[in-house]
Write a protein that binds this ligand. Structure first.
Ligand code: FAD
Length: 226
């Protein structure tokens, strides 16, 4: 039985658009772009598929609202239905895409942006929209090549960009999981918003850490990728 989000997503109207660009930016991780036919807010998602036989999946937009194209970041899931097929597409092939939606929205208030893996995508959209002021970006990944867009983030955030790498060491990388980095902080800024985006495991664990350190639940916004 379909319930909740998956039922909502299946009913979204989709349009067919040619791919402007598809590029592997890191091992098994791609950006894909197509025409922006509607306005959106930084942090929103689109539903995307290839054809009617595959239920659409959700992807955060990682481009800014004033760019001509919408760009998405996706990683190939081993044994997955859609992403291995997406990864084999080429410029000019088509995808089926919904309009943008979602309430995980950035704003100009001070915030910590926390992500695991491809969960960094909405923060790139927010940053490219001018919302990177007063922000700290904490990104967790397993390997040194999983810090997508790191050059852009380093330029924008400098010391306020923390890359937590759990399985490899490297220059500029914190050696450990982002949850460990958070636990090691003696205090967290009061009055900040905390945005969490990525796997359910990360979001649940980080939420617990933040609450244990005195952050109010109303200051935490989450976007879970499942
Ligand atoms: C709000 C939101 C935003 C998202 N944004 C992004 C984003 O920006 N970038 C991104 O990469 N992802 C994002 N996701 C995740 C994305 O929507 C998809 O879940 C993901 O891309 C699925 O890929 P797939 O279709 O290849 O895998 P699926 O076919 O959905 O499979 C996922 C995993 O489950 C396993 N699996 C599949 N069927 C079974 C089964 N019957 N039994 C056991 N295991 C099975 C597969 O082996 C695979 O490892 C987002 C999700 C949400 C909810």
């Amino acid at each position: 039985m379909d319930t909740g989000l998956s039922s909502f997503v299946k009913k979204l109207p989709l349009i067919t658009l040619p791919i402007h660009n598809i590029q592997e930016i890191s091992r098994d991780t791609f950006i894909i772009s197509f025409e922006r036919t509607k306005e959106f807010l930084p942090g929103q998602v689109v539903a995307l598929t290839l054809n009617e036989s595959i239920p659409p999946r959700l992807y955060s937009i990682c481009s800014s609202p004033d760019e001509f194209s919408i760009t998405l970041l996706f990683s190939v899931k081993e044994g997955g239905i859609l992403t291995p097929q997406l990864a084999s597409l080429q410029k000019g092939d088509t995808v089926r895409v919904s309009g943008p939606f979602g309430a995980f929205l950035g704003d100009e208030n001070p915030a910590w942006w926390i992500a695991s893996g491809t969960g960094v995508a909405p923060y790139r959209s927010m940053m490219r929209s001018g919302l990177g002021v007063n922000k700290m970006l904490i990104h967790g990944g397993r390997t040194a090549d999983s810090f997508y867009f790191h050059n852009e983030f380093l330029t924008a955030f400098g010391d306020n960009y923390v890359r937590c790498c759990s399985q490899e060491k490297g220059e500029g990388l914190y050696d450990g999981r982002l949850t460990q980095w958070l636990r090691n902080q003696s205090s967290l800024p009061a009055g900040n918003m905390y945005y969490l985006c990525g796997s359910a495991e990360m979001v649940v664990e980080v939420r617990d850490i933040l609450i244990s350190k005195g952050v109010g639940i109303e200051m935490i916004m989450s976007e879970i990728y499942f």
